[in-house]
Every structure is written in C-alpha cells, then in structure tokens.
Design a binder for this molecule. Structure first.
Ligand code: ADP
Ligand code: MG
Length: 693
C-alpha cells in the first residue's frame, strides 16, 4: 500500500490518524472503500409516529415536549425523561448519560427520538433512543427525506460517524471524484439488467422512502445485485488472470515413476479406484512444462495423503525438491510422521522446518534445503523469504482454506533461479460446491476422491445433553477397558490459546479424577512440539487410552485404533469443524462412534447443526447444509467464507448469482478487456498486484 493513497482518508472531515487506523482495521483504506461498506439495515426516520398509537416492538421516530426529566436511583442510576406529543406519553430511559445530556433534556424543551418501543413498568418506554433537541416550531416538520442506514461497525466507531463519512463520500461520488467510475459498458449493463454503479450505491447508502426495503433485506434489490455481481466478477477475473499468467511460466517436467512404484509395492493395502484416477490426473500435469495448479478434494479419511505422497515421489525421483505445507504445527507433524515412514526406506531425506525451529537447527535445515533433493515439511514458515530452495519442483498445500491467497502466492514465487516455477497441489477436505470453485478458484483444475477406502464403517453419532455427562464418561471408561481408544475434544468460546489450554488442562484433571483406572493425556496448541509429538506417539502406540485435545486435532490427525470421540460443548462449533473433528474416528476396521455433548438450552441454529451431524456422514451433504444454515445474524469480522475476503457478496447467501457473475466476467473479458484491471483494483485492492507475476 502506498502511503500517499492511504492519506486519502485523512482529507475527510473528522478523520485523523487514529480514526484512519480504526477504518483500516475494517478494510477501509481509501475513500471509495467507504461506499463499498454497505449498511446492513435501515431505519425510517422520515415519518413521525403519534405516541398514542405506539405498540411494543415498533422502531419509530417520535417527538414531543419534555414533561419530566430527572436522574433516579433505582436498581441502577438512570436518567428518565417523559415525552408528550399531545396524543400520549412515553418514558425515555438512559443508563449511560453525560452532563451535557442531563442539561439538555430539561422539562419544557422538545425532543425528537428514534428507538424501539418496549413495555416498561409504568407504560411504554424507549431505552437509549437516539435523540435530537428541536424547537417547538420544528415539532412536526421533518427534513429527513431518505431512510437512515445502519452500518456494520466495530465498537469504536459510532453510527453518526459512519453517516458523516458516507455523506462526504457520496458527495465526492456525485462529483465523480472517487475510484467508482462506471466500468461496465452500457450494452453489457442492459444485457444483464444492471443499474449504473453510482445510482446503485446512492440507493444502498441512502434509500428513498419508497425503496423496496424488503428486497434489500432479502438481497434481491437491483442495486444490490449490481454490486454483488461486480464484486464476484472481479474475483473471477483476478483468479483467471493469475492462472493465465501462471500458464505463461515454465515448470520442470516430471515423469520418473521409479520411487512411486517402489513405494506402491510396500503399501499394506490396494489403492482405491478414485486414488488411482486422481494420481493419474496429477501425473499427467507433472509431465507437462506448465505449472500445475490443481485442487485435490476428498472427504475426511479418503486417503489424500497417499495421493500427495505419489506426486511427491514423482518430483523427487526427477531430482527435484518437494515442499509440503500445513496450516498448523500438529498437522505438519502428522505429515512428517507419515512421510518419514513412506520415504525414509526409499532413501529420501525428509527435512522439518517450522517457525519454532531456530538457531543451529534452523541453519542446518536451511542449508539442506538450499543444497539439493529432499522433501521439506513444515508450516507457513516455509514461505518466508529466507528459505531458498535448490530446485523446488512441487508444492503441496494442505487444507488450503486456512491460508490466505497471499500466502499461497508467496510460495509460488519460490521458484528456482532459472525461472522454472513449481507445480502446485492444493488439498482440501472441505467440499467446495462447483460453481463456487469456479469463482474462487477460477482456472484451477479439480481432482475429486469420491470414494473411501473399503471397510470403513460410518461413524454412529449421538447427541446428548451434558446433564448426562457422567453416563457418557462411564461408557467411555468401559470402551477403553475393552481396548478401544478415544478422544475427548474441548471447545471454548474465547479464541485465546491460553484459555483454550487452560480448559483442556482442567478437563484432563477432572477426567483423571473421575476415571482413575484410565491412562489419560492431553494435547493443545501451547505445548512444546517435542511434547506434543511424544504424547501423540504414545497415543498411536496405545499407551494413552483417552486423549484430551483441543480442536488442534481437527485436521489430519490419523490414529486408526481411536474409535470413539466425545465433543464437549459441540453446540459451539460450526458444521465444517464438527465434520472435520469427527473424521478423526472411523478410520480403522472398528465401528466408531461420536458423542456430541451439548449444553442446554440449544439455539435453533445449533440444534439444526447437531441434527445434520447425527443424520449424515457425507461431507458434501454437510457442506451444503452448512451453506444453507449460515448467514443469519453475522457480525462484521466473523464472516468466514473460508476462501476469500469478500466485501459485499456473501457466498452463503449469494451463490445463486455465481453463474451470472461468470457470464458477466466473460462478457467484460470479450467486450471491455481494458476495464478488467480497474475492476480488480477496485474490489481486491492491493492484493490485486498478485496478478503481476
Ligand atoms: P485424508 O484424506 O483425510 O487426508 P488420509 O490420507 O489421512 O485421509 O488417510 C486416512 C487413512 O486411510 C490413513 O490411515 C491411510 O493410511 C489409510 N488409507 C489411505 N488409502 C487407503 C487405501 N486405499 N486403503 C486402505 N487404507 C487407506
Ligand atoms: Mg489428511
């Protein structure tokens, strides 16, 4: 980001350096970004409602004369104001108020207020309405012509500031001073029935009184459709461009099957037909001189790791290096363990590199990576500038949806000096609906493992209230006594690693007390790598019967003898996460079960999620349900498409528009290719520079 363009916001009235920082945190870096930050609801402050006609639940504008105003000391100190407009009385109640308010709200004066009407002790009331002092002459004259927007915000930015800012930005928009010029040719707008951008933004920020609010709330207003489509299109264009540029680069041709055939002979099982098919698809890509960009998708437990090993074996046999990158240390360790078993017998050195490897060990690892043929496994530390590969031929990224696009691109740039770029294989267990994949990963080839290894038994899932926790623990103890192993997964609302670790420690302690005969241990993110690895090894060896874990075990952990899982406070987790977690059991020949313990009372959404889990083991079905269920009541900052940062579009709600967005992108590409760069810049901003390889 160039600092001068970021200065743009400082030109606005009321924006200083500190406020700019708060805006930056919400992704607002330029003035035009303000107008791409849309309200999430609107209030009608254009009409006055008579106090005498109010009923609880209404959100309305009223005005009246102050009959009474006083600070009262009840259970809480509060400022009470009684307003009368000649048709009735309403109480205004303020728990937080300042000196100025107290002085301004004096009996005899006039106030105009907007708020929600509730039934109070003494009659109807409004708690913390927004108020404006008016003169008696203004009593029935309303200047407000448009609906009042309410913006998603952080706690530090008040609504009136958003109004001030967007007022200024809209003025600049009308003077054509912002980076929001109409970029779609009229013919294309007509073809897709799209309003002009400026008009669309004007409507969304300041809807006229007669606007179809219902349509806006349901995301089907033409003005919304206009901006959502433009954003989705911009992402599609950016991904396409990225992939096109990738295609212009050269990659090392890799065809040597020697190591793979050797490995295949040592496997204790046959490949599934699906594994054979995708290995063929990947091998064909590796044999080409263009960089592969392929998404490998397969449900939890479908055997993606072995497919990755096959690809790695081909690259390594061709005297190239391979990097396997995982999002968490635990998952990286799991890969290290599996890959060592597969590759060390073949004489391939396996190098371990994470952010925690420091000092001499790090220097040694870096030297080995710079020197020659090896398989490097690690976390995103691998993507840092300082890591220089000798001849990187293939990058395998696991669980891509946890990485930002930027990180993926950084790794791509780790090509060798002679301009050859590595092939890329991205593995994910999260099924991505097809149209969505086309937008978010435009141009990516997709391989799907649609078959589980034979003999897998579906996991039986039960949903149990934590009132019956003791019973669950008893059953757990019996199962472990008969030789089974189990996970106990702790969840916690707070995101702090420290609190999560504490919760795991407490749970472990109480389980140890309740089940003294059992060998219990725990893993969480704050343990040292060596300790984590030691405990996991003891669990794999059957020395630990019950493993208490945080959601760090969510991805990748593979202990086939573990056939029982209890997820504590399962109602806190999303469907994708629950499915991932449950995928840790049901990997062996034993029938497995999963207990979802919940804390009553269950909300509607949580109930629907747990029911979905009980009903199905199918990742595709669960992902679809997830898409349907999500979306209600989102708060800024918690939006998680898992794929890319979208500002306005929301894939859980707008996936119906994806086909049109792709058609629109094609139309632009064909008829107005010069608009592409500006569109990408507008929506994706500086991330768009990734288009320049
Ligand atoms: P995921 O797709 O979730 O990464 P893994 O690659 O971890 O799945 O495989 C899950 C388990 O299945 C591992 O224990 C692995 O050794 C085993 N496995 C993989 N392929 C086969 C197969 N064709 N037949 C039997 N077991 C297999
Ligand atoms: Mg895996």
């Amino acid at each position: 980001m160039s600092s001068s363009s970021n200065d743009e916001l400082l030109q606005l009235r009321g924006v200083g350096v500190k406020f700019r920082e708060q805006l930056n945190e919400l992704g607002i870096h330029y003035t035009h970004d303000l107008l791409l930050h849309l309200p999430y609801r609107y209030e009608d402050r254009t009409r006055l409602t008579e106090i005498g006609s109010l009923t609880p639940g209404m959100r309305v504008l009223v005005n009246g004369k102050i009959e009474y105003a006083n600070v009262v000391f009840g259970r809480r100190r509060s400022l009470i104001v009684v307003l009368n407009d000649g048709t009735g009385l309403i109480y205004l109640r303020f728990f937080y108020f300042n000196q100025a308010q107290q002085q301004a709200y004096k009996a005899g004066g006039h106030l105009r207020c907007f708020g929600e009407v509730r039934a109070g002790y003494k009659g109807l009331e409004m708690v913390h309405p927004s108020c404006q002092r008016i003169s008696s002459r203004q009593m029935h004259r309303i200047e407000q012509q448009t609906l009042t927007p309410v913006y998603p915000s952080s706690s530090s930015i008040k609504q009136h500031r958003w109004l001030q800012l967007t007022d200024q930005a809209l003025k600049l928009l009308n003077e054509d001073q912002l980076q929001l010029r109409e970029l779609l040719p009229e013919a294309i707008r007509k073809q897709f029935r799209l309003p002009v951008l400026q008009a669309a933004l004007q409507v969304l920020h300041r809807p006229p009184v007669d606007a179809d609010l219902q349509a806006i709330l349901e995301r089907r207003h033409p003005a919304q459709r206009r901006v959502i489509l433009e954003e989705l299109m911009a992402h599609h264009l950016a991904m396409k461009r990225l992939n096109l540029q990738l295609q212009k680069l050269a990659a090392p041709v890799q065809t040597n099957q020697r190591l793979w055939l050797q490995m295949l002979q040592q496997l204790p099982f046959q490949l599934t037909a699906a594994q054979r098919r995708v290995i063929k698809e990947i091998s064909a890509d590796l044999a080409r001189s263009k960089p592969m960009l392929r998404l490998l998708q397969g449900d939890v437990g479908s055997g993606k790791t072995l497919v990755a090993a096959a690809a790695a074996a081909v690259a390594l046999a061709s005297a190239l290096q391979v990097a396997i990158v995982a999002p968490t240390e635990l998952l990286a360790e799991q890969h290290l363990h599996t890959m060592q078993q597969l590759f060390q017998p073949l004489g391939v050195p396996v190098v371990w590199l994470t952010g925690r490897i420091t000092g001499k060990k790090r220097a040694a690892a870096l030297a080995q990576i710079a020197a020659g043929q090896c398989l490097v496994i690690g976390t995103h530390a691998l993507m840092q500038e300082a890591v220089q590969f000798h001849q990187l031929g293939l990058v395998i990224v696991d669980e891509q949806h946890r990485f930002g696009v930027g990180q993926r691109l950084a790794l791509r740039d780790k090509g060798s000096g002679d301009q050859l770029r590595p092939h890329q294989l991205i593995m994910t267990a999260t099924p991505i609906p097809r149209t969505l994949a086309m937008t978010a990963y435009a141009g990516l080839a997709v391989s799907i493992i649609d078959e589980l290894p034979p003999g897998r038994k579906p996991v039986t899932t039960v949903v149990i209230s934590s009132d019956r926790r003791d019973q669950v623990m008893q059953r757990l103890a019996e199962a472990c006594a008969s030789g089974r192993q189990a996970y106990w997964v702790c969840t916690i609302i707070e995101e702090s690693e420290q609190l999560i670790a504490q919760a795991a420690e407490q749970t472990t302690e109480s389980l140890r007390q309740a089940l003294p005969g059992l060998s219990i241990d725990m893993v969480h993110g704050r343990l040292k790598s060596a300790d984590k690895e030691r405990i996991m090894q003891r669990f794999r060896d059957g020395l630990v019967q019950l493993l208490v874990a945080t959601t760090v075990i969510e991805v990748g952990v593979d202990v086939p003898n573990a056939s029982l899982m209890v997820i504590d406070n399962a109602e806190r987790l999303g469907l994708a996460q629950l499915h991932q977690l449950r995928g840790r059991v049901g990997r062996g020949s034993e029938a497995s079960s999963c207990v979802l313990l919940y804390q009553a009372p269950l909300g509607e959404m949580a109930r629907a999620r747990l029911q979905t889990m009980r009903a199905s083991n199918d990742g595709f079905y669960i992902a679809e349900q997830d898409l349907q269920l999500r979306g209600a009541g989102e708060v800024l900052g918690t939006r998680q498409t898992g794929i890319q940062q979208l500002r306005i579009a929301d894939l859980s709600k707008d996936h119906g528009l994806l086909d049109q967005a792709i058609a629109l992108a094609d139309a632009i590409n064909e008829k107005a290719p010069r608009a592409e760069t500006a569109l990408i810049q507008r929506w994706i901003g500086d991330a768009a520079s990734y288009g320049e390889v």
